[in-house]
Write a protein that binds this ligand. Structure first.
Ligand code: ADP
Length: 613
């Protein structure tokens, strides 16, 4: 069944190295960006104003130096000082608004994207989750969405600010003094080449760090969830040495990346000072007439003044920051685009089990008549698990399924609750194929109790009703019913002994209850939902005889008045069913009441003897 999801399980290699060619991926985000387009436009409109106001600052300095300061007129200086302060204020105000708008847009886009992804995941078929590691999906909803957020909030817009700044600064320089601007431009390729050199190495180290961190997290998670086994088998020392190795590798790569980052920043500073020195040198040469006439003419009609020298030095300082930022932002955009592609692949997966467009009406309560009619099914269509399975279950009957591990017992249940569809044949409930009913309506009438029942880290009440808790004062009838179902599975006393009764929050997966109590609680859940069909994958974990008796009594209570299908792992627990079905090799080998089968059924007799001998 893997082919449809093969891409998702691939290594991430084919997602790496996005370039600006891949900007078309952005259109995939349009549905999420569209509601924010007004904010986006505002942010784009503010961009040239933010950059422009900053580029103008050195011009004011130049005017002040060449004007009132050189002439020694203090009166005239005030206007420039006020102008400088005012422009600075305007610049930071614009910058604040622009950043605020960009962040707002980014966060809104991500809010919508994350909700959409979660809703989508909730609707995908079980087959998808069987084929895709959970960790991968968690990454999609958390870090990939975060990458997209960063791309919208900082990367995308800020790279435009940086480009606008660089263009603005170089233009201002060219207008002020083309010769000095040329000196700067001549230095740029060297600066860019060395930036790229360090960036490449730093990015490589960074990618390696991500992989190593994922390994550390996986190991940590495994070690914590499997702590029982680790302690019982005395694997602590071995585990520590493995963890130590991973941790050290991560440390070394981290150190390497820091060295590259420092070298990168230092080299930028070095170039900034070199550029300033070069400009001062050319300025001095011009002052002393050391530069030949043609070149000197390049510095334009303006005389090279002290004011323009100071302005140039400011521009050089201003120029290196966006240059340094651009490559960071480029990385943000690259990983944002890669994440968009991965998220899109996930969003493109359609649930393979869907409700029909025109479902047949489902009665308020099905009678629970079930037939399997020539059913053929395999998780991989070429390897059938059920081969021409035929079975008729009467309404209200309790049926136990027996068979070797892998015989297909759980698969039968998955077909009945339509987690998978058979390749051929029909699974019918009340005379209609399960595929003809609305999926939600069908599943409301079938409750499946898994072998390892899942309890949520929420209150006892929520674990039974699977919906929002209702205060007793608001609906006394709700609470009367709740107590009733819990009494029927003989759990009331135990729950009332809990710290907060029905409002007690269960630990992760119900850790504050014993395994027997957890089983009783899921029986209460089944009774609460009162389905027409109850399916039970019997827990294999052994419990003490006293609890076993309680579970048996609760089980009897739970299956009364409905069709019940039980996968039996312990033959002792299914002596009370109406019919047993012995499965072998994907087909029904024998069927009949337990006592009868014991007399006539070859397979069952063999099982029985093996089990009780
Ligand atoms: P049983 O419940 O009788 O032990 P199952 O119905 O779980 O058996 O499994 C029947 C066969 O289908 C086994 O060979 C098992 O390996 C295979 N199988 C079960 N679940 C999956 C799955 N999600 N993907 C692929 N194969 C599966």
């Amino acid at each position: 069944m893997s082919p449809p999801y093969a891409n998702l399980n691939d290594s991430d290699a084919h997602h790496e190295a996005k370039t600006f060619k891949d900007l078309s991926l952005l259109r995939l985000m349009w549905p999420f960006v569209k509601p924010q387009w007004g904010w986006m436009l505002l942010s784009l409109f503010l961009l040239p104003l933010v950059s422009g106001s900053q580029v103008l600052l050195p011009v004011i300095v130049k005017k002040a130096i060449d004007g009132p300061i050189s002439a020694g007129q203090l009166d005239g200086l005030a206007v420039w000082v006020v102008g400088f302060g005012g422009l600075l204020l305007v610049h930071y105000a614009l910058r604040f608004i622009q950043m605020r708008v960009a962040q707002h847009t980014g966060q809104r886009v991500v809010l919508a994207l994350r909700t959409h992804l979660f809703d989508h995941l909730q609707r995908l078929s079980v087959s998808f989750f069987h084929a895709t590691p959970v960790g991968k999906l968690v990454t999609r909803v958390s870090s990939d969405v975060e990458n997209v957020s960063e791309m919208f909030a900082s990367g995308g817009v800020e790279i435009l600010i940086d480009v606008a700044m660089i263009v603005g600064i170089l233009s201002a320089m060219a207008v002020m003094n083309p010769l000095l601007a040329l000196v700067m431009i001549a230095l740029l390729p060297v600066v860019l080449a060395s930036m790229e050199f360090f960036r490449r190495r730093s990015r490589h180290a960074y990618n390696q760090m991500r992989v190593q961190l994922a390994e550390i997290n996986t190991m940590l998670q495994e070690s914590l969830t499997g702590i029982d086994v680790i302690q019982l088998l005395n694997r602590q020392d071995y585990n520590e040495s493995v963890f130590d190795g991973l941790n050290r590798d991560y440390f070394n790569t981290n150190v390497r990346s820091v060295v590259y980052d420092c070298a990168f920043s230092a080299s930028i500073e070095w170039y900034a000072y070199t550029a300033m020195l070069a400009i001062i040198a050319v300025y001095t040469a011009l002052q002393f007439g050391l530069i030949n006439y043609d070149l000197a003419a390049l510095s334009g009609p303006h005389v090279v003044t002290m004011g323009s020298l100071v302005a140039f030095i400011q521009y050089v300082q201003m120029l290196f920051l966006p240059l340094e930022n651009i490559s960071d932002k480029f990385t943000i955009i690259q990983s944002g685009l890669a994440s968009i592609e991965k998220i899109h692949e996930l969003l493109a997966v359609a649930p393979d089990i869907q409700s029909p467009t025109h479902p047949v009406g489902i009665p308020a309560r099905l009678t629970g008549a079930i037939t399997f009619d020539h059913v053929v099914f395999g998780y991989d269509p070429d390897v059938p698990v059920l081969k021409d399975l035929n079975l008729v279950i009467e309404p209200g009957q309790s049926v136990g399924f027996v068979g070797a591990t892998g015989a297909g017992k759980s698969t039968i249940i998955r077909l009945l609750s339509r987690q998978y569809d058979p390749q051929s044949g029909r699974v019918c409930v009340d005379g209609h194929s399960v595929a003809e009913y609305d999926l939600k309506a069908l599943r409301r009438q079938i409750v499946v109790i898994e072998q390892d029942p899942f309890l949520f880290s929420r209150t006892v009440e929520e674990n039974i009703t699977l919906s929002q808790p209702v205060p007793e004062s608001q609906d006394p009838e709700h609470h009367r019913r709740l107590r009733d179902v819990v009494r029927r599975v003989r759990l009331l006393e135990r729950i009332e002994r809990l710290e907060n009764g029905f409002e007690t929050v269960l630990g992760e997966r119900g850790r504050n209850l014993s395994s027997g109590e957890r089983q009783l609680l899921v029986f209460a859940r089944a009774l609460w939902h009162d389905p027409a069909i109850l399916v039970l994958d019997e827990a294999t974990a052994s419990i003490d005889p006293a609890t076993e008796a309680l579970v048996q009594a609760a089980l009897k209570e739970a299956i009364t008045g409905r069709t019940a299908l039980m996968i039996a792992h312990r033959l002792s627990t299914i002596q009370q069913v109406d019919t047993l079905v012995v499965l072998q090799d994907g087909q029904v080998a024998e069927t009949g009441p337990p006592a009868e089968l014991l007399e006539t059924g070859q397979q069952y007799k063999a099982y029985h003897e093996a089990h009780f001998s």
